[in-house]
Structures are given as C-alpha cells and as structure tokens.
Ligand binder design. Structure first.
Ligand code: GLC
Length: 784
C-alpha cells in the first residue's frame, strides 16, 4: 500500500516519511508511547477519544538510517521500513513487536454456508479483506486483554472481534463478535512483558487475535486513517496508566453512586416506586438509588413524565430523598416524531436530527414509534441536549441513564450514508456509529455538571474509547443464566483494563427468570463490582432481593451490607484511579505479572490490590479451588492465615463467597447505614497486620470542592517489629475530619496499648484487638 521509502523529515516529536504512495507519520507522545499515522482517506487527525494530551511536547530522540529509519528514545527503538512496516525494540535492543511480513493466510471454511444458515445456524462470514490492514507477528506465547466488554474469556487469544456497537438482545455468547461498546485497544503480554495497541479509528474495524492464523494478529478497517498508538509497559499497570493518559480517566464519582442501586424495567407508577422504596427500608437492605425505566415517560417522550402514573413526580423524588434514595431516570436518544412535542419541534426547526443523504431528517422506529436521532456529533446539538437535562434535574433527578445509543433501531439498521455534522466536517453514519453513544453520554454529563454543579452520574450502554471521562457503563441486556454470571467477571475485568473503571452488569440478569440461588451468588460477586445495580426486564420474574425466599433475602442483605462497609476502600480506589487509571476490579495478572498461573484466571478477581474475590458461578457448587498468589493471605470470614503461591480448596455453602485479604492490608470501612448520605463521623480500620503504608481519602462526596483542595488525606503507616506501631499522619487537611478511628486488628492480642505515649483502653475480642481513638492521634503502639 505504501511502497518504498523516498525520504523523511523530522519535525519536533515527529518524523514524516514519504513513501511512493502515501506518507507515514511517527510521533512520540512520550518516550514509551508512539503514534503511527497515515492519512489514507483524509488529512484529519481529529480524535473522539484522545481529546487533549498534556504531555511533554519536547521528547528527545535520535534519528539514524540503516536498514530502515531508526528512531531511538530513552525507552524504545522504532525501526521504520518500506511499506510502513514497523519493528519495535526495547532499550536493550530486545524485540518487543514486529510487523508481519508475509501474506495473510486465512483458514478455509469447507462446505456450504448458505444451507447451514437456512436451517437457522449462525454462520460467521470471515476472512474479510480490509483497505487498511496491520499485521503484527505472533509467536504463540501471547496473551491478550482489553477490547472492552467482549464475550469470551479473559484472554482473547484465538478470538475475532468487530468494533461495531450492536444492540442484540439474544443471549450473549462467544459467537458474538460485537456488543454495545467499541474499544479498539488491546494489551499484549508476552514473555512477562506487556504493551498495548490502540487503534483510534471509529469506523467498523476487525481484530483477529490468532484465530485466522497463529502467526500474526490482525487489525483491519476500510475507512478513515491508519492511526494507532503503540504503548509500552512493560507492566500491564503502566500500559493501562498510559492508555488512560491518552484517552482520559474516570473522574471521582459522587459517593452515593457506589452504593446499591435498585432498578427494574419498569417501576411504572408512583405507588410501585414507593412500595419498592419502603420495602428496601423495611427489609433493612441499604440502597442509594432507584431507577425509572422507560415507562415513567409520557408515551416514551424523553424529558417528560406520565402525569397519570406519576401525578406528583417532584414530590415523589423529594420524599424518596428523605428516605435516602436518589432517582436515576432513563433517557434514550430516539425522539418521538410528534408535532407539538417540544423536543421534537425544537430539534426539527433547528436542524438537530441526523439526515439522509438528500438532507431529509431520518426516521426509524424505537420505543416511541417513529423517532428521529439527534446529531450528537455537533457541538450545538450537544449543548442543546445538555440543557435538556435540566428538565429532569429540576425535579430532583440525580443521575441520567443513557440507553439504546448504539444507536438501536427497530426497523432495520440506520443506513450507512446517514449524514452527521461532525463539528463542521460532515460525514456519514459509518464514522459516527461507534461514537454516537459516547457523544450522547458526553452531552448528558456536561448538562448535569452545568445544572447540578455536582459530579455527574451518567450510565451509558454504548461507548467508545474514552467514554470513561463522562460516564459509567453497564454491559447491556444479559440474561439470568449462570453462564452470564460467569462471563460477567471477564467482561468487567477487561472493561477495567480498557479504561472503563466504573462498570457493572445487570445483577441477577436482565432477561429470563432469575432463581434465588443465582441471585444469591450474583450479589456475592456484584457487591464488589463498581456499579452495583440489580436490573431486570419486563415480564420476567420479580428480582428484588425479597422475591425468592428468606435465605436468599438474608444472603442478599449481608452482601449489600458488606459492600456498604467497604465503601471507603472503594472510594479510595476511585481517588487513586484518577491518577493512575487503574481499575477497581482487576484480573490477578495486573498485580502478579510474573506469575503465569494468573494469566487466565477467569473466575477470580482483585478489588484494588488487597482484596481477592473468588465467586461461585455455577449452580450447586459447594466447594471451589482458589488460586492465591505468592505472599500470605487471610480468609476474610475465618481470619485463617494461608500461605499463597498455590491453589487451595474452599468450602462454599450458599452464603459463602471466598474472600481473602492480603496480609499487610488496612481496609477502611464505614458503619453500615441505610444509605451513604449522612456525614461520616467514624472511620473503621480493618487491619491485617504486616508492614504497610496506606493513604485514605475523604471529601464531601459530591461537589467539585476537592479540586480546590477541600479534602483530607490520612496516611497510616504500620510496622510490625517489636509489637505493632501505627503512625497516623494527616498529609492533607482541608475538610472536616472524622471524629474517631476504630481499629480492628486481626489475628492479634494486646498486652498494652499506648496512644501518643499514654496507656489507652483496648479490648482483646476473640482473635482481634479493638481500639477506639480520637482522629487527631499520631501514634499507637501495641505491645503483644
Ligand atoms: C434496553 C436496555 C434495558 C432497559 C430496556 C427498556 O433493553 O438495555 O436495560 O431496561 O431497554 O428501557
């Protein structure tokens, strides 16, 4: 496609290489992030994912010529050849990634696909040739992670995926090549070293990770430009950090958003909503949010509500607020075609809807019947949409749920030549499709920020790389299948590695009927997922925690309460995530990259670095193997100390999800309350002794004042030689402090406790020490 190198020029951080056909650009974003760009379809470098790079704009690198053009930074050596083939070495000259030089060798599909399809089998049309193709050599030793929420296992080796946001409610299985989100970012781990490839092109694209051939991985796209980033780790952590440096990070959320959320398609009247809210309180199940799905609207007209079913909409919301609930309302993109309906009239008269190629506003069908699609690729439309959020915010609504934004359509797919404004660079649906949901979520977040002044809470189904800056995501319409509980773990781990730190699944499953046992097992995993929301479809069995039997209800309550205890730990993880991009739910390989046993652990995850969860994902399973990486681990339930670096077997009666805490951990807890609204006076510190240094973050949990410095950082340093010493250092103090700290020191017995040098009251309670101190103490010494 490119031909031979003719000449090249160096310009700042970039080298531009002129080939016989086309030119290629190689730009250093940092010494370990390189962008490869070739203007195949146009000259545009405009990105929906990489909005601003605050990096060093003067990166030093050498350029020399040998067998190719050699570019050398302090971390990488990039060699550019004819045909814009690229080989990348580390600073010790070890090869990291090599472009494949041969031809593609797709496998043959024998027999007649058509006849098989006639019987109803799904046939995979494969081996598509794309206009832009990138092939990188594989040796067979690679592991692949990322790519968002795709089906299949944690390691994507041997799978092929398509980036094309798709609303397909049939049961999501491994033959699905695309789901609701397109995140064209893959992490490759080989010989213990990791790098990432991020292909920033929004058109329909293909990833083949060793399915077509074991010799190469393949990326292909038919339109747009060649535009990809090579991101060197060598740790997966660094790859994620650098990828989120490019595409942005999830901003600190409001505290209540980390609580439990109760949803249903639909709580469709004021009475039903009040009934569910009362029941949650009566049953002592903490909860912070209730969702209103499409039936709250007047005839599915967005930014309206049904006056008959919700005669006192604002009163309902303010009453719920008094009970500690926030309300989240769904807002879909499809605008009902309906003269006299304000949103439609405004959209039409201002030319805000996507148009067909003759310039006529395009109509398809979604929930409201005939509907039009706002053109979110236009800044003006996004501003209009942002302003519309206020209709709901004014009533007291606290969060917005964006759905059907792939965009979904009931009368066949949207035509590929549908026209979009695209910030003045008019384009068609093919380019906008994968960012439609991303841009909608962005407009929603901007509106919420503008009108509420609080940190926006948006939940979106469709997304592209970078959506994490605006919204939380969920994995769409799963089913109440054990299989989907199992798959949700790898989906969430890969979403996290793909920058989507704030993610969740419909707990209990959306379609089909849940069972008590499935719900009990699902809440055990769900209690650790960043977005913790039970949601289910119309006509399915009720799925609220009390709808099965008392045992399910008891287990559900206990795990929701466990979640509420862990809120400050989760909030700390979000605080750190803003700085590192590291997800909340993590595959073990993220922290144990040298341990091959962790590379394909699909059914265990870490929450942060200190909590390991091994949920039960099969019916009737009363024991399971758990892999504990090296070091010592403490069983959360029994406090037994276990040597890691091996598999252990755990009994798992229905109420037990195996949870382990890394020795040398301090897990901050809150006392469990109905909701997270009240001001916290006490921080409980669940200590698993070992030398450690932990920083805890505290702020008002909702405003942007933290950006002005109004927050606290408490540093706890624990050392275990000659008894146990806890030093507390307030490294930042600009917010109202807790009144007291309650320490629970596990697997420890005290003889004497000195607080700032003075003897202090304590209790040896079973196998732990309990101790309450004022929050301004500096040092606690515990003699054994
Ligand atoms: C879609 C959503 C689902 C929602 C339903 C009705 O199927 O994925 O969560 O309940 O639409 O709005």
């Amino acid at each position: 496609m490119f031909g031979q190198i003719q000449d090249y020029q160096k310009k700042k951080n970039k080298v531009i290489i002129n080939y016989e056909q086309h030119s290629g650009e190689v730009e250093f974003i940092s010494p370990s992030i390189v962008n490869f760009f070739a203007p195949i379809s146009n000259q545009r470098r405009f990105s929906r994912a990489v909005e601003e790079i605050k990096g060093d704009n003067n990166i030093s690198f050498e350029v020399t010529e040998d067998v190719g053009i050699i570019l050398k930074t302090e971390q990488l050596k990039v060699v550019i050849h004819d045909q814009f083939k690229v080989d990348i070495y580390d600073k010790d000259d070890e090869i990291i990634s090599k472009d494949y030089r041969g031809e593609r060798k797709p496998f043959i599909r024998r027999g007649k696909g058509d006849i098989i399809a006639e019987e109803g089998h799904q046939i995979i049309k494969g081996n598509i040739k794309n206009r832009i193709e990138v092939l990188k050599e594989m040796t067979g030793e690679e592991y692949f992670y990322g790519l968002g929420e795709q089906t299949g296992p944690l390691n994507k080796k041997g799978y092929r995926y398509q980036m094309w946001n798709t609303d397909d409610p049939s049961p999501h299985v491994e033959s699905f090549e695309s789901l609701y989100k397109s995140i064209p970012f893959v992490i490759i781990l080989k010989d213990g070293l990791a790098y990432g490839l991020f292909f920033d092109n929004t058109y329909r694209s293909y990833f083949d990770l060793g399915k077509e051939s074991s010799q190469y991985l393949y990326y292909g796209v038919d339109n747009g430009n060649l535009n990809y980033y090579f991101i060197y780790g060598p740790s997966i952590k660094e790859v994620v950090e650098k990828y989120t440096y490019l595409t942005g990070r999830t901003p600190l959320p409001q505290l209540w958003t980390l609580g439990y959320h109760q949803s249903r398609y639909s709580y469709d009247s004021e009475n039903r909503v009040r009934e569910v809210a009362d029941k949650l309180r009566e049953k002592d199940i903490p909860c912070d949010a209730i969702y209103l799905d499409i039936d709250y609207m007047d005839g599915y007209r967005v930014f309206t509500w049904d006056q008959e079913k919700f005669p006192n909409f604002e009163k309902l919301i303010s009453d719920l607020k008094k009970q500690g609930f926030k309300v989240v309302t769904i807002v879909d993109p499809g605008i009902k075609k309906d003269n006299g309906y304000l949103v439609y009239d405004e959209g039409l008269s201002n030319g805000y809807f996507a148009r067909d190629k003759d310039g006529i506003p395009y109509v398809n069908r979604v929930w409201p019947g005939e509907s039009l699609y706002p053109d979110f690729s236009s800044e003006e439309v996004r501003k209009w949409w942002a302003d519309k959020q206020n209709t709901l915010l004014e009533t007291g609504v606290a969060g917005i749920w964006n759905d059907m934004n792939e965009p979904a359509s009931f009368d066949g797919p949207l035509p590929v030549d549908l026209q979009f404004e695209n910030e003045g660079h008019q384009t068609d649906h093919q380019e906008i499709h994968n960012v439609y949901g991303h841009l909608m979520a962005r407009a929603s977040a901007e509106g919420i920020k503008k009108y509420s002044g609080k940190r926006p809470f948006v939940i979106t189904r469709a997304a592209y790389a970078g959506t994490q800056k605006y919204s939380t995501v969920w994995t769409g319409d799963n089913q109440s299948f054990w299989e989907h509980l199992r798959m949700s773990l790898s989906m969430l781990m890969n979403l996290g590695l793909s920058g989507m730190a704030f993610c969740g699944v419909d707990l209990g499953g959306f379609s089909f009927d849940c069972s008590g046992e499935l719900l009990a097992r699902w809440v055990q995993a769900g209690a650790f997922t960043p977005l913790f929301r039970n949601h289910s479809a119309a006509y399915t069995r009720d799925q609220e925690p009390w709808c099965f039997d008392l045992e399910t209800e008891r287990i559900y309550r206990n795990y929701v309460k466990l979640r509420y205890r862990l809120i400050p730990y989760l909030y700390d993880l979000f605080w750190q995530e803003q700085k590192t991009g590291l997800p909340i739910i993590r595959p073990l390989v993220l922290h144990y990259q040298d341990d091959e046993n962790t590379y394909e652990l699909n059914d265990q995850f870490l929450v942060g670095e200190n909590i390991l969860v091994a949920p039960i994902v099969q019916q009737g399973q009363l024991a399971r193997a758990v892999y504990l990486p090296s070091g010592r681990w403490v069983d959360y339930w029994t406090k037994e100390i276990i040597e890691g670096g091996r598999y252990i077997l755990r009994k798992t009666p229905l109420d037990t999800c195996p949870i382990f805490i890394k020795e040398g951990s301090l897990i901050p807890n809150y006392k469990v309350e109905d909701d997270l609204d009240s001001e916290k006076q006490e921080l409980i510190l669940d200590l698993y002794p070992g030398d450690l240094n932990y920083v805890h973050y505290q702020d008002d949990g909702e405003s942007f004042n933290y950006q002005k410095g109004e927050y606290n950082l408490y540093q706890f340093e624990v050392t275990c030689s000659q008894g146990l010493t806890i030093s507390i250092n307030k490294i930042h103090q600009k917010y109202k402090s807790y009144k007291k700290f309650t320490f629970m020191i596990n697997n420890y017995q005290a003889e004497e406790v000195l607080v700032d040098g003075q003897p202090h009251f304590f209790q040896n309670d079973g196998n732990r020490v309990l101790l309450v101190v004022a929050s301004d103490v500096k040092e606690i010494k515990i003699e054994q």
